[in-house]
Design a protein around this ligand. Structure first.
Ligand code: DP6
Length: 360
């Protein structure tokens, strides 16, 4: 598929007014997207678990404008309060997607959005936030058009989400979504995420993700800047090749349910992501001392308990603990007894893999 196929030719009706609403989840990457080219094209393919409870809920009220001009017209409420500081990001998003949704300037939007996870928890909200908004706009297109298949809808909404934030394109479906051209994955694309197309062993059913909130402060370096720093990075090409290899290996891991191999790929990916940050120019560190204490405690516990808990990291200090459902009780006990003291205000969030966005 090419970008052109996402440009609509005509609409049957443009409704005067209406409301659309979606809940869209966050996701956690197993093979990390880090580095991109122009137009949000990833430098390497990635794959993620879609989460079940960490989500953004967005409602868009749309009303035809009496007079259309060159600007987008919208107001924004975040958790019930006017949030003008989010407007530039949304304006950029609207500009990027306008050619694919040519009705955007015909309407005034009231965007009402909130997160299910605690405000400023340091959890990336761009994936859930951008995908929830893209879903609302795409739902508008569906009501203006004759027949849009669910398959086209999912592809286009993932395509649009990607233009808001790369990782957002992996939040539409679940439980596993792959994004980025990759020989090992039929149907893979740099333009949108696809639902994992191969066999997955039952050991991954209802896999758990407990997110330890280590540092809830503002990151010193944003993901956007971090991606930029992969241009001219001394290890970039080896890293991109490694991501391809890891994706290929994960295919076998998912089919066979090989948890030990899963652990070594996922933890290596997390540490490589942070190694890329530490070897960028300028270099930076997003992990905190407690991030390392948690990692060491997980390694010790895993050895002693013979469980299959592992960690992954996003572009921040928080730690995601991934483990099979049948080890939930013993791992949660370990988290409460050993890891909670390393969390800011003792906070953590229990989530698990989910099936994607929901229309409300
Ligand atoms: C470390 O999707 O936040 O979470 O495309 O600039 O919005 P932008 O970046 P973003 O990057 C996410 C990076 C990551 C890894 C991942 O989710 O694959």
């Amino acid at each position: 598929m090419t970008e052109k196929e996402f440009i609509p030719t005509s609409y049957t009706t443009l409704k005067d007014e209406g409301v659309v609403a979606y809940s869209s989840p966050s996701n956690i990457a197993l093979v990390k997207y880090w580095g991109k080219r122009e137009n949000q094209i990833p430098a390497n393919p990635s794959i993620s678990f879609t989460l079940a409870s960490c989500a953004t809920i967005t409602k868009v009220h749309f009303k035809k404008r009496e007079k259309k001009d060159d600007n987008f017209s919208f107001e924004l409420l975040f958790e019930g309060e006017v949030k003008d500081e989010f407007k530039p990001k949304i304006n950029t998003f609207l500009r990027r997607i306008e050619q694919y949704l040519p009705f955007l300037k015909d309407y005034h939007f009231k965007i009402d959005t909130s997160n299910s996870f605690p405000h400023s928890s340091g959890i990336a909200s761009s994936a859930s936030g951008m995908s929830a908004l893209a879903l609302c706009f795409m739902e508008m297109e569906r009501t203006f058009s004759n027949a849009i298949s669910q398959e086209y809808f999912n592809k286009k909404v993932s395509f649009l989400s990607r233009l808001g934030s790369g990782s957002a394109c992996r939040s539409i479906e679940g439980p596993l979504v792959q994004w980025g051209d990759c020989n090992a994955f039929e149907g893979s694309s740099n333009l949108f995420g696809i639902k994992y197309p191969y066999e997955v062993h039952s050991v991954f059913n209802n896999f758990q993700d407990t997110i330890l909130l280590v540092d809830k402060g503002e990151k010193q370096v944003s993901s956007t800047v971090g991606h930029e720093l992969m241009h001219g990075h001394p290890f970039a090409s080896q890293r991109f090749e490694q991501a391809h290899n890891n994706l290929e290996k994960l295919r076998t891991v998912f089919a066979e349910g090989n948890l030990n191999e899963f652990i070594s790929i996922v933890e290596s990916e997390a540490l490589t992501l942070h190694a890329m940050m530490m070897t960028s120019s300028p270099y930076f560190i997003l992990m905190k001392p407690n991030t390392l204490s948690i990692i060491n405690a997980i390694w010790k516990f895993r050895k002693e308990s013979k469980t299959h808990v592992c960690f992954t990291l996003d572009a921040g200090a928080n730690v995601h603990l991934l483990y099979p459902e049948n080890e939930r009780e013993v791992v949660l006990h370990f988290i409460k007894e050993v890891l909670v003291p390393f969390c800011q205000n003792g906070q953590y969030i229990c989530d698990r893999i989910g099936l994607g966005a929901k229309k409300l």
